[in-house]
Write a new protein. Structure first.
Length: 83
């Protein structure tokens, strides 16, 4: 079997090779899907966990990142909601 490109040229179609590649892609996608599903299941919070206070979450987001340089007290005062 061959695929016609023009009247005088053609490419042989090796269906077995295409099926092999397609099978490998399917296996790869199934493995990735399983890994993503496992990550999502692991990230789900326990059902018994109490809801978080939004103000506490905001404060942790602003002050709790150890990779960033520390903020000045004035900058923190402007970012954090006043109590």
């Amino acid at each position: 079997m061959s695929i016609k490109l023009a009247a005088d040229s053609s490419i042989p179609a090796d269906m077995e090779a295409y099926e092999t590649v397609a099978g490998q892609e399917e296996i790869y996608l199934e493995e990735v899907e399983e890994e993503v599903r496992a990550m999502l299941i692991a990230d789900e919070p326990p059902v018994s966990q109490a809801p978080l206070d939004p103000l506490q979450v905001i404060e942790e987001l602003i002050t709790g990142d150890g990779d960033d340089p520390p903020l000045s007290d004035d900058a923190l005062g402007q970012m954090l909601p006043s109590s």
